[in-house]
Design a protein around this ligand. Structure first.
Ligand code: SUG
Length: 446
């Protein structure tokens, strides 16, 4: 069956800010309290989407969430009008307000784990929205993400959107950031590689939290009906988490037969590569592109986000293209690695550098911003049309962002009640542009 990989990018939300909310994410901690640039952030994301669309790749988008998320502050005991809730929460618990304002749903790689129809038990595309329960601000996302997936993939004849895994530490799930799929070609059945950082019985956190459990990987694989013989569940290296790789996609990315990864990505490298080879047996021969720590020290890999790149089958090019953050070009070891890699004859033939600096300062590279969904021709036709890129809607989104987004957002601006009104006005306008339907956002249902 022929199929293509679509990238659904999260649209950066109007309250994008640097809250320092993600323990173990070095960029988030380092840039806490920096002044953000929401308008530049959303335009960088939209430009990235346009670039891939114009190159002939299938591109979609997912809407930002309702922020500040008032139901969370109300659940935390604050009452009164919305303005009073915000004011009281800012006075008594400003950290909760920062969590309620996080624009983290932009990182769509954490929206869900997705399995293509060539691999699922019932021949549908399966989605399990991630519960993201390890961090407070991200634990607010799952319900609205599920709503967004049900909007984009509404056709239940082709798509199955599961409930979230239980909101319990044993099932900590961070979505596609910890999932890699290898195959002979996008439409072929392949091998699902699910990566975890801890077992349910182990402590949540050593130096930094391990955000995904083995049990969550197993539950997703079962729910999607994946063939156990073609599924590899492997452990991320503890040392990688401690170095700041809070998701596997900070140290590893794969497309088709190619797995591009850092030497220190997996706890047991040999066993993991052996399991992938066995799972692929009879389907394809995996190609491993392993980056030695001696060439790119793990600290450089994490600072530059070399592996948090999109590894793409590019129309009319016979080798894969790595769409990497500009920080990779600015870091000596990663730039030297990329130059040497493309001049060799390996599977990656070109590196294209992309500016997503606003997202990068919160620890999200090009790959974090997108959710990959492999679609056959019939499935593609079943996607809600406004969830897919079009030049007309893209142009409207650019104008919309220029009108509704602030140029800058300083930490103290979160106390400004006008910001909530502006964010809601932006999302109301977006509801119209993307045809999201009435009551898509919680604040619209009051
Ligand atoms: O979960 N940052 C996100 C970055 C997610 C990157 N995604 C992938 N690797 N797939 C996170 O840590 C920072 C928010 C703040 O501090 O304001 C944040 O949530």
């Amino acid at each position: 069956m022929s199929a293509v990989e679509a990238n659904f990018d999260g649209i950066v939300g109007p309250t994008h800010n640097y809250g320092g909310l993600s323990e173990g994410n070095l960029a988030s901690a380092k840039n806490r309290n920096l002044t953000s640039e929401p308008r530049a952030g959303v335009l960088q994301g939209l430009a990235k989407m346009k670039r891939l669309h114009d190159a002939g790749l299938l591109q979609g988008w997912l809407p930002p969430h309702d922020r500040p998320y008032l139901p969370f502050l109300r659940a935390a005991g604050f009452s009164g009008s919305d303005a009073q809730v915000l004011e009281r929460a800012w006075r008594d618990a400003p950290d909760l307000v920062r969590n309620a304002y996080a624009a983290a749903p932009m990182w769509a790689a954490n929206a869900a784990t997705v399995s293509p129809s060539a691999e699922t038990g019932d021949g549908k595309v399966h989605f399990t929205p991630a519960n993201l329960l390890t961090t407070l601000h991200r634990s607010l996302e799952g319900g609205q993400t599920r709503r967004a997936l049900n909007w984009a993939f509404a056709d239940t004849g082709h798509f199955c959107v599961h409930p979230l895994l239980p909101m319990q530490p044993a099932f900590a799930d961070e979505g596609a950031a910890n999932h890699v799929r290898l195959s002979a070609g996008q439409g072929q059945p392949g091998v699902s590689i699910l990566i975890y950082g801890r077992e349910a019985s182990e402590p949540w956190s050593a130096k930094f939290p391990a955000r995904q459990t083995r049990e969550a990987c197993e539950a997703v694989a079962r729910a999607h009906g994946l063939d156990p013989k073609r599924t590899v569940i492997a452990r991320q290296a503890r040392s990688a988490i401690e170095a700041g790789a809070f998701h596997n996609d900070v140290v590893c990315v794969g497309t088709n037969r190619t797995l591009f990864f850092h030497e220190l990505a997996f706890e047991d490298r040999d066993a993991t590569l052996g399991a992938i080879r066995r799972a692929a047996d009879g389907l394809f021969e995996p190609i491993f592109v392993e980056v030695a720590d001696a060439d790119v020290p793990i600290a450089d890999a994490i600072r530059s986000y070399l592996f948090n790149s999109q590894l793409l089958e590019w129309p009319d090019e016979d080798r894969l293209v790595l769409s990497a953050p500009v920080e990779t070009e600015e870091t000596r070891s990663t730039k030297a690695y990329c130059d040497a890699m493309v001049s060799g004859n390996g599977p990656i033939g070109r590196v294209e550098y992309v500016d997503v600096r606003q997202s990068m300062r919160n620890g999200g590279g090009p790959a974090c911003l997108r959710l990959r969904v492999v679609l056959t021709e019939a499935e593609r036709a079943a996607v809600t049309p406004t969830a897919l890129y079009s030049d007309a809607v893209h142009a409207r989104l650019v104008t919309w962002a220029q009108k509704h987004y602030r140029e800058t957002l300083a930490p103290d601006d979160l106390r400004d009640p006008a910001l909530m009104q502006e964010s809601r006005a932006a999302l109301d306008a977006l509801t119209d542009i993307l045809n999201l339907g009435s009551g898509f956002y919680p604040f619209q249902r009051n």
